[in-house]
Design a protein around this ligand. Structure first.
Ligand SMILES: Nc1ncnc2c1ncn2[C@@H]1O[C@H](COP(=O)(O)OP(=O)(O)OP(=O)(O)O)[C@@H](O)[C@H]1O
Length: 454
């Protein structure tokens, strides 16, 4: 088994940007200025909110996606096409149902041109290492979810990749199976039973990252960028109950829940021109609304009444995943109903007034906050007031949104704005006509007649 050489550059991303051209011709940048290096001997966890570009970044590293700008170096050389040293394990290992475990594991080896005999030998060895001994001739449907995922690992590891990329590999498994598999993978890595030189894992699970990683990278969204990149010094095996473990979990939680609080990156190379398609016009940023109902925000406020709470513990208490709780907190924060301080969340005076208020008072508060702080709502409201019949087609708003977001995201933004506007009794939605209409025209409202600049 090859020994692991520590700290050699395996992958280097220099000023990576990825943009997609939308059907309307608009170019949307989903990530920019990504600078990072993966070195041998480390497990790196990539965390970030949904849509921050974690999977895209992993695909750029493996060569499945080409960046719009910037350079990918593999072992210090520009990478062209697929990364020769990488293999990927996905959330649901896509196994061929008509092939046995052995045949599924052999597939990756076949793809890289291994002959039948060495293919079989290597596949059997990896099946053994990964704990599937005795199941070589089973078909995927005969296996549990955890065992199928093991086959996915065996298939990826059989080709002896230098870099093992895993995109939420444990998230489809039940809690116990996931925990077992995590520690088994860690055993294989620490005991050098696999020749892998570096592991990159995309995850939504902070504790999983803290259990496994030697380094944690946090991405931010809109567009995706590196917000934090720090080493983990706790020795393996880590205990979830340890104060130091909890402190790191809190730190990551704090970064994720405070979009304004960036931690310095490890290194920031100078901008570098690559001669690629760098001439796309930059799209200015637009406030991104979290997809959350006002009811959920109200629920959070009621729960927080009169207490300052650590967000991480709150998530645990509510048994909410990070991706569920973040949009609720973000929505409440955008409307200034809560304030965040060092990972703690507290209800503001306005939030307290919301909790104490009856339904009409609550609606009034939301209405005020929407008109004061939520750009899309302000814009729709201004359009409606400028129209004589107080109605606008949704396509008018979608056209604007699609200058900044994908069509799918533009629809989600509009849905959220309509939901919030409805709660604040600012406007409603006529489904058959696909039009937004003013609830009660408020012509003396100073905001009503201002058109907001896009
Ligand atoms: N082929 C594509 N065309 C247009 N937009 C895309 C394409 N692929 C990804 N995107 C957009 O890029 C953004 C980042 O997507 P990506 O899947 O990389 O994020 P993520 O952080 O992995 O999200 P999640 O945690 O939800 O899996 C999203 O807004 C997505 O809609």
């Amino acid at each position: 088994m090859p020994t692991k050489v520590q700290n050699e550059s395996l992958i280097k991303l220099i000023n990576i940007e990825k943009s997609y051209r939308q059907p309307n011709g608009q170019v949307i940048t989903i990530m920019e200025q990504i600078n990072l290096e993966l070195r041998t001997g480390e497990i790196v966890a990539l965390l970030g909110p949904s849509g921050s570009g974690k999977s895209t970044l992993m695909r750029i590293i493996t060569g499945l996606v080409t960046p719009t700008q910037g350079q990918v170096l593999y072992r210090q050389e520009p990478m062209r096409g697929l990364n020769p040293g990488a293999a990927i394990v996905f959330q649901n290992s896509a196994l061929y149902p008509w092939l046995t475990v052995l045949e599924n594991v052999e597939l990756g080896l076949k793809a890289i041109g291994e002959g039948p005999r060495s293919r079989k030998r290597k596949a059997l060895r990896m099946i053994d290492i990964i704990g599937l001994d005795g199941f070589e001739n089973a078909y995927p449907k005969e296996l549990s979810g955890g065992m199928r995922q093991r086959v996915g690992f065996a298939r990826a590891l059989a080709v002896e990749p230098e870099l093992l990329c895993m995109d939420e590999p444990f998230s489809a498994l039940d809690v116990l199976t996931a925990e077992n598999l995590r520690f088994e993978l860690l055993d294989l890595w620490l005991e050098k039973k696999i020749p892998t030189q570096s592991i990159l894992i995309v995850t939504h699970n902070i504790e999983e990252a803290v259990i496994l990683a030697d380094r944690i990278i946090v991405l931010g969204s809109n567009p995706g960028r590196v917000r934090a990149d720090f080493p983990m010094t706790l020795p393996h095996y880590r205990d979830r109950k340890q104060a130091a473990f909890q402190a790191i979990v809190d730190r990551v939680y704090k970064i994720l829940t405070n979009p304004d609080l960036d931690e310095p990156e490890e290194e920031t190379p100078e901008p570098m021109s690559t001669g690629q398609t760098g001439s796309e016009p930059q799209t200015p940023k637009y406030q991104l609304l979290p997809h959350v109902r006002i009811g959920s925000i109200a629920g959070l406020l009621e729960l927080l009444e009169n207490r300052q709470e650590d967000l991480y513990r709150l998530g645990q208490e509510l048994q909410l995943e990070l991706d569920d709780i973040l949009p609720i907190v973000e929505g409440a924060k955008l409307m200034q109903l809560v304030a965040l301080n060092e990972g703690d969340i507290a209800v503001t005076a306005l939030g307290q007034a919301f909790i104490a208020g009856d339904i009409d008072q609550r609606k009034l508060i939301i209405r005020q906050q929407l008109l004061n702080h939520i750009r899309l709502v302000q814009q729709i409201f201004a359009f409606l007031n400028a129209k004589q019949n107080s109605r606008i087609p949704e396509s008018l708003v979608l056209d604007i949104l699609e200058r900044y977001f994908t069509p799918q995201e533009a629809n989600r933004q509009l849905d959220t704005a309509i939901d919030w506007g409805r709660y604040g009794e600012l406007f409603g939605y006529d489904e058959p006509a696909k039009e937004i209409f003013l609830e009660t025209p408020v012509l003396d409202d100073p905001l009503a007649l201002t058109t907001t600049e896009v």
